[in-house]
Structure formats: structure tokens, C-alpha cells
Design a protein around this ligand. Structure first.
Ligand SMILES: Cc1cc2nc3c(=O)[nH]c(=O)nc-3n(C[C@H](O)[C@H](O)[C@H](O)COP(=O)(O)OP(=O)(O)OC[C@H]3O[C@@H](n4cnc5c(N)ncnc54)[C@H](O)[C@@H]3O)c2cc1C
Length: 405
């Protein structure tokens, strides 16, 4: 390809990228999945470095203002998810308000089974507690550090190329957990992925005269702020006619999503009397529900509701209703195209959209993060395909996850 001047439009790769110290496990992305992965691997004694392109942890759950920690239970009174995901839920509400049903706080099965183990939380406080959780596990973190490329040897990533305030550098590693939400590592190494559609969603915090008065009367700080959702829901209901469905896979698509969201928020304020409402926080990352997911060895499959998976590393319910329970096969975290890279969070392999709807939420993202971190630690310098799923499951069970339904 060339420009109108006839000059080539690509620049040959620079050869002077400095190589930093090697780590055992490199985690790309510091959302709930990445933090859980890093904590799990560090607790197994591995040297772990987490790379996050923003300057805070939590991803969509904090910078994205998604402030409902969806259920750890199946909806019929049985807790399925424990471990680091439960630690995170409790940390998210430790210093502030919550909406956790009393039964779950007391660890008693709810008399009314449908009261679910879920809660509202304060995003900024959750981000601060994630710093503490991550660092106390022994993992290290670099903020403002974007993973931009990889160096490969066959189907192994030998180095991850990063860009930050120091410029570009390369980090050698034994194993990688891709928790970027966008499958950046898998994409950069050429592994197969699938894409999903995104409707225009914009979740932000606002306050207003009415909320402030209500809070003054109730003496509940949470009454002073409201989560304002604008645009479409996850099924596309409410999608503005003049806004396209986004894939979130190009700079243009990401930019347009951010601009459309802020435009909708500004319109919301303009349509009200001046001074009646104000935004107290707007998201600093695009609120895409799905961009890329991996093509895995054994995708999570909604059609296998209630069925046993011999390679299960955890199980989960469906946040949208009761009755559906899925076991998560280890192969949903691994790709046939990658020998030392694991998927965590909203990029794990799903057979169809229904499975992905179940897997993409905060509790399950943290759960698959923990499983990926354990598997990365067990893989050592070997292949993730040789890791015994049973060994991952044993550690997940010890941590408090239900493996088989
Ligand atoms: C509008 C909306 C509403 C939702 N509502 C809920 C809800 O109510 N409850 C719920 O439980 N879930 C909800 N979800 C889903 C849930 O928030 C996310 O799917 C979940 O938090 C994903 O976690 P994750 O760690 O996999 O990914 P993310 O939270 O996306 O984290 C990925 C992290 O990787 C970083 N990263 C990306 N690329 C790079 C790179 N190249 N280098 C370094 N770092 C990088 C990002 O900055 C980010 O911090 C919602 C999602 C959306 C979009």
C-alpha cells in the first residue's frame, strides 16, 4: 500500500525495543477478570505482572460504571460462585452502601429462594479495594501500559510488547492471561476470534435536587446519586435510529460509541430545567458488552444447561432468571491457536449468544479469571493444553466454587 506521494504507508518494525525482566505469568488487562487471574497466580507463588492501559483497576465494573455485582447463586438459594469473585463482591461493599439480601450476608440460604446473592456497589471504592486485593496477593501492576503486540515462537507468545510512559518495551513471560475484554493478545498473535454486536449504551452517575433532598431525609448517601442508563439495553431495545450497531473493533467505532454516549447524556441534561440535574461521573472506557471472543477448544454452551462437563472448572447461574445452570469447561479458556495463552472474563469461548450473556457478567468474569490464573500457574513453561482440568477444578473447589451441579 502507498500514499498519494508514492511512499510506503508501513514502517518496518523497530529493532531497539528494550527487553525487561522476565515474569512467570503476564496478565493483560486489569478488569475483574485480570485482577482475579493475577491474584490466583500470585497466590500460587508465581511472579505476576498485570498490565492495564488505564490508571485504575476494575475495567467496566469501575471505569465503565457498571455497578451491579450480579449473582453468585443459581436463583434457587444455592451459591455456585465463591473464591476471588466472592472476595471481590464483599470488597466492593465493604466501606459503603449495598443491596445485599440479609440471608446472604449471614450466609444462610434465603427462605425465599429467588432473592439472589447480588448487590449494588460504589465503583470508585471498589477500584480502591481492588488495588489492595491485587497488591496484597504479591502481584505487580503497571498502569498506563497498553499491550500492543506480541513476539511469537510458533503458537507460543515469548514476549509481550507494551507501550507506556517509558516508550516501547518487551516483557518475556512463560504464560499469558488475556483479560483485555477485547482478546487483544489472541488477536495480535493471529488466533481465531469471533465478534459480537454492540448497541449504543451509556451508563453514568448523576445527581439532582430531588435526589439530594431524598438523601438528606433518608440519611443514605446512595439516595444522592443515580445510575443513569441511556441508549439501548443489551437486546438493542432503545437503540437510537440514527446510531449504528458497533463492533468496537476499530478506533473509529470506539470513538463514535464514546461520542454518541456523551451526546445522549448532554441531551438528557439539556431537556431538563437548568441546574436540576448534573452528572457526577461519566465512563472513561467504552461500554461495549462484546467485541472479540476466542474460538475455544470447548466453548461454553447454553444448550448444556444442567449437564455435567468432565472438564468443568466452575459453574454459574443465569443472572436473567432462575433455572439455568452451566458448568464451565476448561476448554472455554483455551484456544487451539495458542499454547501458552489463556482467556479470562468476557472473551472466553461461547457456543452462542445465550452462553455469552451468562458468562460476560462481573461474577463469572472474575471466576474465569481465577481459573485462568490457576491454569497459567500450573502450566509453568509448558502448554496450557497439558494442564489437567481436574487440578484446576480442585483448586477452584477449595476456593469455594461449585464444580459440578
Ligand atoms: C452497558 C453495560 C452494562 C453492564 N451491566 C452489568 C451489570 O449490571 N452487572 C454485571 O455483573 N455485569 C454487567 N456488564 C458486564 C460486565 O461489566 C463486564 O462484562 C465485565 O465487567 C467484564 O470484565 P472483564 O474483566 O472481562 O473485562 P473489562 O472490564 O472490559 O476489563 C478489561 C480491562 O483490560 C484493559 N485493556 C484493554 N485492552 C488493553 C490493552 N491493549 N492493554 C492493557 N490493558 C487493556 C481495559 O482497560 C480494562 O481495564 C455490563 C456491561 C456493559 C457494557
Amino acid at each position: 500500500m502507498s500514499t498519494s506521494t508514492g511512499k510506503p504507508t508501513t514502517i518496518p518494525e523497530h529493532n531497539d525495543v528494550p527487553v525487561l525482566d522476565k515474569v512467570d505469568v503476564l496478565v493483560a488487562g486489569g478488569g475483574v477478570a485480570g485482577v482475579a487471574a493475577a491474584m490466583a497466580a500470585a497466590r500460587m507463588g508465581k511472579s505476576v505482572l498485570l498490565l492495564e492501559k488505564m490508571v485504575m483497576l476494575g475495567g467496566l465494573a469501575t471505569a465503565g460504571f457498571v455497578v451491579i455485582y450480579l449473582p453468585l447463586c443459581d436463583g434457587n438459594g444455592r451459591q455456585l460462585i465463591g473464591g476471588i469473585s466472592e472476595e471481590m463482591l464483599l470488597a466492593s461493599i465493604e466501606h459503603s452502601y449495598d443491596s445485599l439480601p440479609e440471608h446472604w450476608r449471614k450466609k444462610a440460604r434465603p427462605a425465599q429462594g429467588k432473592q439472589r446473592y447480588q448487590t449494588l456497589f460504589n465503583g470508585p471504592l471498589f477500584a480502591m479495594r481492588l488495588d489492595e486485593l491485587l497488591l496484597s496477593s504479591g502481584a505487580n501492576v503497571l498502569f498506563d501500559t497498553a499491550v500492543c503486540a506480541v513476539v511469537k515462537d510458533g503458537r507460543r507468545v515469548t514476549h509481550v510488547i507494551i507501550e507506556n510512559a517509558d516508550g516501547r518495551s518487551a516483557i518475556p513471560c512463560d504464560a499469558v492471561v488475556d483479560a483485555t475484554g477485547d482478546a487483544v493478545v489472541f488477536n495480535r498473535m493471529g488466533a481465531r476470534t469471533v465478534n459480537g454486536p454492540n448497541y449504543m449504551s451509556y451508563w453514568a452517575y448523576r445527581t439532582g435536587i430531588q435526589e439530594i433532598q431524598t438523601a438528606a431525609q433518608s440519611a443514605r448517601v446512595q439516595d444522592a446519586v443515580r445510575l443513569q442508563t441511556l441508549g439501548a439495553d443489551c437486546d438493542g431495545k432503545g437503540q437510537p435510529d440514527d446510531v449504528p450497531v458497533f463492533d468496537g473493533l476499530s478506533a473509529d467505532s470506539v470513538t463514535r460509541m464514546a461520542l454518541e454516549g456523551r451526546k445522549a447524556a448532554l441531551r438528557y441534561v439539556q431537556e431538563r430545567p437548568a441546574g436540576e440535574v448534573a452528572f457526577t461521573g461519566i465512563p472513561s472506557m467504552p461500554q461495549f458488552r462484546t467485541t472479540r471472543r476466542i474460538v475455544g477448544n470447548e466453548p461454553l454452551d447454553f444448550a448444556r444447561d444442567g449437564q455435567r462437563s468432565e472438564t468443568s472448572v466452575g459453574s454459574c447461574g443465569d443472572w436473567r432468571g432462575t433455572g439455568v445452570t452451566l458448568e464451565i469447561p476448561y476448554g472455554a479458556l483455551t484456544s487451539p491457536d495458542a499454547d501458552n495463552v489463556l482467556a479470562a472474563g468476557r472473551i472466553i469461548a461461547c457456543a452462542e449468544r445465550e452462553a455469552w450473556e451468562v458468562a460476560r457478567v462481573i461474577p463469572v468474569a472474575a471466576q474465569t479469571g481465577e481459573a485462568a490464573g490457576i491454569a497459567a500457574a500450573l502450566a509453568g513453561t509448558g502448554s496450557v493444553h497439558d494442564v489437567d482440568a481436574q487440578a484446576v477444578a480442585d483448586r477452584m473447589r477449595q476456593a469455594g466454587h461449585v464444580i459440578h451441579l
